[in-house]
Design a protein around this ligand. Structure first.
Ligand SMILES: Cc1ncc(C[n+]2csc(CCOP(=O)(O)OP(=O)(O)O)c2C)c(N)n1
Length: 513
């Protein structure tokens, strides 16, 4: 058995089911082994940031470690933006990166680089496998690291001679570390704070944004008056009619400051402290007021859901607290695009139990509050601010959940980063309806310019305008085997979207704005 074969057997035994890949020569032995060993589904992404974004979407929806196969340092480097997003979402992921054979490395052949250094920037666990007899054990450890709560990025670099050398056979899967619970003392302190009557907020992230966590948080909120809020970009959130309507921290600093104003206690539940995306002269980095105390109920790796449930019981919150419908009623709007009316329209036509991948940038902000009363769905976003997450994330989510409709809300600028994912959707016959917001500008950057009180000039127009020539998304998607239609009004969007959801396979709706 080669090292590559022993590694694949080990990965399969450790629960890996799909290999998102863009291989090269150093991965040839791995690919040969994939041909020989049954049990891993392969999906090709024709750009590594597509591969890593797919893996992120897949792992978020299956809650199992995703796997990628990447080519040397440069292949890994191409995938880093979406590995960064995955790391910030605490996504469990194993990257197998092929590399130069150990004895070839000193010759400094063209693809030789500091693969470990590149890996470290986005991985919690990095190892270069030294021997064919050891690589299976390294693989088992990589999966174990990926599964360590709350989910980690593990990168195993496999030199070509380690892959093709005679291996020592598969390794046994390693145990997964249990999720640490929150100490009783901490729970008691937070219970006291919540019952103090002082203005408080639970700032929720990770598992706390899933249905059980939100229900417990809602019980606490109704019993104590504590506000609930999520981060600006959520890794995965259960939402829609009948679910607890929790908003996200606004992106714009002034608006975010208003949301936190007056708070005396900010309680972090699987979340980091709320900070602005960027620093601006004269504006604070931390959104909580200066006299607001920060408390940690649960660190990201801790069991936040049990902590919330304990608190809800401890403060005597009723077990069942009705969830009042808040927010606007879904309805099909008409006329040209505006984000809020689009959100209401989407809420009216969204299929039950859909997965919404949101990389819609400025078009997306108003869609979120407008879809509180859509049919129940999951909402996922790139959590590291690296745009170009939507298409691949939706692709991976569709591989993960073939029985659910995946809706990708994609801004056009960001969409151009990873449009090759459309080809993977077509190749894998994935059930994704992509909605492309063609405003033909980097609108958010014009907004940042305006906020700084600066008028657009020659350079900013060159750098923020996406026209000259206009992108033809109908042609781009069609060229990758995806059926597509262009719409210009909300009512035609509603009709087209319904029809697209009524069929299987990938579809793209270009919404000209
Ligand atoms: C990987 C990466 N590159 C660049 C940026 C900087 N950036 C943030 S938003 C943006 C433009 C977004 O434009 P578009 O996707 O068209 O959305 P719109 O602002 O028009 O809604 C850019 C270039 C980023 N966040 N991530």
């Amino acid at each position: 058995m080669t090292g590559a074969e022993s590694l694949i057997h080990t990965l399969i035994a450790s629960g890996i089911e799909v290999c998102f890949a863009n291989p090269g020569t150093t991965e040839m032995e791995f690919v040969v082994a994939l041909d020989r060993v049954e049990g891993l589904r392969c999906a090709l992404g024709m750009a590594e940031t597509v591969v890593t974004g797919c893996a992120d979407g897949y792992a978020r929806m299956t809650e199992k470690p995703a796997m990628t196969l990447l080519h040397c340092g440069p292949g890994l480097a191409n995938g880093i933006a979406n590995l960064h997003n995955a790391r910030r979402a605490n996504t469990p992921m194993v990257n197998i990166v092929g590399d130069q054979a150990t004895y070839h490395r000193p010759f400094d052949a063209p693809l030789t680089t500091d693969t470990e250094g590149l890996s470290r920037a986005v991985s919690h666990w990095v190892r270069t496998s030294g021997f064919a007899q050891q690589v299976a054990m390294d693989g088992a450890e990589a999966v174990q690291a990926a599964r360590t709560p709350p989910g980690q990025i593990a990168t195993l670099i496999v030199p070509a001679d380690v892959a093709w050398g005679e291996g020592g056979g598969p390794a046994v899967p390693l145990p997964v570390a249990p999720q640490p619970s929150v100490a009783l003392e901490v729970l008691r302190i937070v219970a006291r704070i919540l019952c103090s009557g002082e203005p408080a907020m639970l700032f929720l992230n990770g598992q706390a944004l899933r249905e059980a966590g939100l229900v417990a948080a809602h019980r606490i909120s109704k019993a104590t008056g504590a506000k609930l809020l999520g981060p600006t970009h959520v890794p995965r959130m259960a939402r829609g009619r009948g679910r607890v309507p929790v908003d996200r921290m606004p992106y714009v600093v002034e608006t975010a400051l208003q949301v936190f104003a007056g708070l005396k206690h900010l309680i972090l539940v699987g979340a980091k402290p709320p900070v602005g995306f960027f620093a601006y002269p004269g504006k604070p980095s931390l959104m909580a007021p200066k006299d607001c105390a920060l408390h940690v109920l649960a660190h990201p790796e801790q069991d936040a859901v049990s902590a919330l449930q304990w608190l809800a019981d401890e403060i005597g919150a009723p077990r069942r607290v009705p969830i009042k419908e808040e927010g606007p009623t879904p309805r099909i709007a008409s006329g040209p695009f505006n984000a809020e009316a689009f959100g209401l329209t989407l809420a009216a036509v969204l299929p039950e139990n859909a997965i919404v991948c949101d990389d819609a940038v400025t078009s997306g902000r108003a869609i979120f509050p407008a879809t509180f009363n859509a049919p129940p769905h999951d909402w996922i976003q790139g959590t590291g601010g690296a745009i170009g997450h939507g298409f691949p994330c939706a692709t991976g989510a569709a591989v993960a959940c073939p029985d659910r409709k995946v809706i990708c809300l994609q801004a056009d600028g960001a969409g151009m980063y990873t449009l090759q994912a459309l080809w993977t959707q077509a190749r894998e016959k994935l059930d994704v309806v992509n909605v492309l917001f063609a405003n033909r500008v980097y609108k958010i950057l014009y907004g940042e310019l305006r906020a700084a009180g600066v008028k657009p000039g020659r350079a900013s127009d060159t750098l923020f305008d996406l026209g000259r020539p206009d992108l033809d998304w109908v042609a781009l998607a069609r060229g990758m085997g995806v059926e597509t239609v262009c719409v210009e009004t909300l009512e035609s969007f509603a009709d087209t979207f319904r029809a697209a959801c009524g069929r299987r396979g990938p579809f793209l709706i270009e919404f000209r704005i």
